[in-house]
Design a protein around this ligand. Structure first.
Ligand code: SF4
Length: 332
């Protein structure tokens, strides 16, 4: 399924997002780079506060003010999209980039049937008449696994279960045939069995439609199930990125190793990050050098004051001094 050699559909290049506050500017994303090819699912994973949702929000142009892109670039098919006027961005968001959030109710209007909402989105973006748009709405519900879509299309959001509602949201995100879907914790609120179905659906959509998916999650288990590649984030930075199988079986960054301990199938009954003491730093207290150094059992002296660059380790890229050529460093 991997399309690693294809031209990237989405490129995020050295992205810096800042929040001006009365007590100074907080840097929430600090040089984030990643890319996604058509038909590829990239997982963006990290603990709460790592910057993964913010990265998704920046890509879909929904940064909460006063957050702003301070430097770097976001490109769709090579075209900058981070500096577009609001109206152009809004159109792009519906037409070329779809969004799925954790709570389906934030994406659905309780006052309208799902069919009305699908038809409106379809007709905003595609040149179809009302009849054709309704046919497409029914077809989308069928594709996303809603039983009896011909009758369900006239039902209201509250008449669907949580899992079915998330399928409706996926249908809505697909309505305008976007090239990219940004899905932020799309399965977190669902039962495990429903989670697996929604993941299978996202995988099928990527494979059959060539849709690129950015899947934001805190759950390494979801990454293992759903994704082709993964970007692990910590304190607003990507610390490791590579093919999922590689990163899971040979995690190169100490933080990734800690996250791996949270996958139940790999580490029975281990609490999340049980092997890593401490917590994600606050934005106004990001440590110097490698931001992970106060929590890292393998920290070297240089980790405290020198920020590690991204280094290649096999098919993976990792920002950790352990993988630099030796410079006479000893563990502290
Ligand atoms: Fe640990 Fe140093 Fe690697 Fe950071 S750069 S993860 S502190 S060894």
């Amino acid at each position: 399924m991997s399309t690693a050699t294809a031209t990237p559909l989405l490129e995020v290049d050295d992205l810096v997002v800042e929040f001006p506050t009365r007590r100074g500017t907080l840097r929430a994303l600090d040089g984030v780079s990643l890319h996604i090819s058509p038909g590829e699912i990239l997982g963006v994973v990290g603990e709460s506060g790592a910057g993964k949702s913010l990265t998704g929000a920046a890509v879909i142009g929904l940064l909460e003010p006063p957050g702003r892109v301070a430097s770097g670039a976001i490109r769709l098919h090579g075209q900058r999209i981070d500096n577009l006027p609001a109206e152009q961005l809004r159109r792009l968001r519906g037409r070329r980039i779809g969004a799925i959030f954790q709570d389906p109710l934030t994406s659905l209007n309780p006052l309208y049937s799902v069919g009305q909402q699908l038809v409106e989105t379809i007709r905003t973006h595609l040149p179809l008449d009302a009849h054709q748009a309704r046919d497409r709405a029914v077809d989308l519900l069928r594709q996303t696994g809603i039983p009896a879509p011909e009758s369900r299309v006239d039902h209201y959001p509250h008449q669907f279960s949580g899992g079915m509602r998330q399928r409706v949201v996926i249908a809505l995100a697909l309505a305008a045939e976007p090239e990219l879907i940004v899905a932020d914790e799309p399965t977190t609120a669902l039962d495990v069995s429903i989670q697996a179905q929604v993941i299978a659906l996202l995988r099928r959509l990527a494979r059959e439609h060539g849709t690129a998916v950015m899947l934001v999650t805190h759950d390494m288990g979801v990454i293992a199930e759903a994704c082709d590649r993964v970007a692990v984030m910590y304190a607003g930075r990507v610390v490791e990125t590579g093919p999922v199988a590689e990163v899971i079986h040979r995690p190169a960054h100490p933080y990734t190793r800690g996250l791996m301990a949270a996958i139940p199938s790999l580490a029975e009954n281990v609490d999340r990050l049980a092997q890593i003491d401490g917590a994600m730093p606050r934005l106004d207290a990001v440590p110097s050098g490698c931001a992970f150094h106060p929590r890292c059992a393998q920290a070297l002296a240089r980790c405290r004051h020198e920020r590690p660059p991204r280094l290649s380790v096999g098919a993976t890229q990792v920002a950790c001094w352990l993988h630099a050529s030796p410079a006479g460093e000893e563990p502290t």
